[in-house]
Write a protein that binds this ligand. Structure first.
Ligand SMILES: [Zn+2]
Ligand SMILES: [Zn+2]
Length: 212
């Protein structure tokens, strides 16, 4: 179903089977993400699975906000599935628990310090099998898109299949049939998993592959 606003012809609303999408001239944003705080370096944490709908109260603001963060929390306290996205975004969870959400080891040396701070202290992270990585491109950290298996890659990012195979061959040093087998066995939930990132400037995709 699609609606177009008479007053603002550039604004269109789609109702799909799963999510309400609002299309602006600049692109399409799911409406529920407009309710969530905006995370520059993790723009769709519902899609990536790092934030889920939940009836739990947040341990930081003590309110039930309808959503809870499910990714890693580096803190003295056990804060798994216990922090709301708003307390991550405004830095209060970091201040209250001295918590961070992405390991600083994840960044390459050329990542600007301001981006590193924003990502590790005020952005939802993601679970990788061994340790997360967060690529840099065009002088800035990239944005985390989603974990993906071969099914998601073929469905939404078909153009990445070739570069993923090269990555497996040249970076992970797996060759021949084993490389094609690994590509074919990429799986979002059981691994090996591809983690997709996108440069906020040149829009090129980056990825890393990790396995249990
Ligand atoms: Zn909260
Ligand atoms: Zn770039």
């Amino acid at each position: 179903m699609r609606f177009r606003s008479k007053d603002n012809p550039s604004l269109r609303v789609h109702v799909t089977a799963w999510r309400l999408l609002v299309e602006f001239q600049c692109g399409t944003i799911p409406l529920d993400n407009m309710i969530l705080p905006a995370f520059r370096y993790h723009p769709d944490p519902l899609r990536s699975g790092s934030i889920v709908e939940s009836g739990e109260d947040c341990r930081c603001c003590r309110k039930g906000r309808g959503y809870i963060y499910t990714g890693p929390v580096y803190s003295e306290e056990d804060l798994e599935d216990a922090i709301c996205p708003w307390c991550i975004a405004d830095g209060s969870a970091h201040r209250m628990f001295d918590a961070s959400f992405v390991d600083t080891e994840a960044f390459s040396e050329d990542t600007p310090e301001s981006a590193m701070d924003e990502i590790s202290l005020r952005t939802p992270g993601y679970y990788a099998w061994q340790g997360e990585q967060w690529p840099t491109c065009c002088g800035d950290a990239t944005a985390f898109v989603t974990p993906a298996g071969i099914e998601e890659i073929r469905k939404h990012y078909g153009e990445l299949e070739g570069s993923l195979l090269s990555h497996i061959i040249y970076e992970l040093r797996i060759s021949g049939g084993a490389a094609t087998h690994m590509l074919g066995s990429l799986n979002r939930d059981i691994g090996p998993t591809a983690y997709l990132f996108r440069c906020l400037r040149c829009e090129r995709y980056h990825f890393c592959v990790d396995q249990p």
